[in-house]
Design a protein around this ligand. Structure first.
Ligand code: ZN
Length: 296
């Protein structure tokens, strides 16, 4: 088989929804309630038919279940988010919910996991404190240049440290806020798509959470290999084009154009919000000596 044919087969595989294995005709006797039944789960008490004697495999799955990942859907979701993200999201929105890991739960798990990577589980053993110190040094070096407005620089530094503090203390809250913000803007451009002509905002929010999860997977891998932070955001943001294209059915050109437009609008809206926020914070901080008032 040549490459073109292989690519065609792959494309077909990407677009075809996941097929659940057929039910077995085997009869089971439920060990919990002694109901006899055919199928994967006991209709009376809900126990799985695959439960037998304890093995290392069941022990491991039981252990993984503490985080809700003791079934195959987590691995299938990871695979599909990498190989066919947009089609997977389409299938999920069309109702195939049991086949995939719930999006919010996945967001929390991935955020927790990326914390391990940021806090030292990476090839260089670099911790968040190292990168924070680096950022502060860069800020301070930049400020040494303009010595005459010393007060402004001091207040700017306080605001900067305060922002870093919030991000460190509530990362899931911050990423949820980002997702809600971005999905709102993306929805403006992608709601009348070719494949899903009338996508509701609630559906698009779910889609955006899965897209954020896909981006997290790439970010975790890159952070593990200590790729510089700027590249990490640039690459993971570019990757978001793939699910948007697959989900909407727009051409590559149109998807990239809409993606860039969303980004530009987002930057302007954020600049506007940040200006207002900075003005407020400036007023607050320049009037208060004791910063202890604002610790969270
Ligand atoms: Zn039973």
């Amino acid at each position: 088989m040549n490459w073109k044919a292989k690519y065609k087969t792959f494309k077909k595989w990407q677009q075809r929804p996941y097929v659940v294995a057929p039910i077995s005709k085997e009869e089971h006797d439920c060990p919990t309630c002694h109901t006899r039944y055919v199928g994967n789960f006991c209709p009376r008490c809900g126990q799985s038919a695959t439960i037998g004697r304890y093995s290392f495999r069941t022990a491991l799955l039981n252990f993984l279940n503490v985080w809700g990942i003791g079934n195959r859907s987590m691995f299938r979701t990871l695979r599909d988010l990498i190989l066919r993200p947009g089609y997977m999201i389409r299938d999920y929105l069309m109702g195939m919910q049991m086949a995939y890991f719930p999006p919010f739960q996945m967001l929390f798990l991935l955020t927790t996991f990326s914390f391990f990577v940021i806090y030292g589980f990476n090839i260089k053993g670099q911790t968040l404190d190292d990168s924070k110190k680096e950022a502060i040094t860069i800020m301070e070096e930049g400020e040494e240049g303009d010595a005459d407005d010393g007060l402004d620089a001091e207040v700017g530094m306080k605001v900067f440290k305060w922002c870093m503090d919030i991000q460190e203390k509530s990362p899931t809250l911050i990423s949820l806020l980002c997702i809600v913000f971005m999905s709102g803007l993306l929805h403006l451009f992608f709601r009348h798509s070719k494949l899903i002509p009338d996508m509701r905002y609630s559906e698009f929010l779910m889609a955006t959470i899965y897209i954020a999860n896909m981006m997290s997977i790439y970010e975790i891998v890159m952070l593990f290999f200590c790729v510089p932070a700027g590249w990490v955001s640039l690459i993971s943001m570019s990757m978001a084009i793939i699910p948007l294209k697959q989900l909407s059915g727009f051409s590559w050109g149109r998807t990239i154009l809409y993606g860039v437009l969303t980004y530009i609008v987002a930057v302007f809206v954020l600049l506007f919000l940040v200006t207002i926020l900075m003005a407020l914070l400036y007023l607050l901080f320049s009037n208060t000596e004791d910063l202890g008032l604002f610790t969270f």
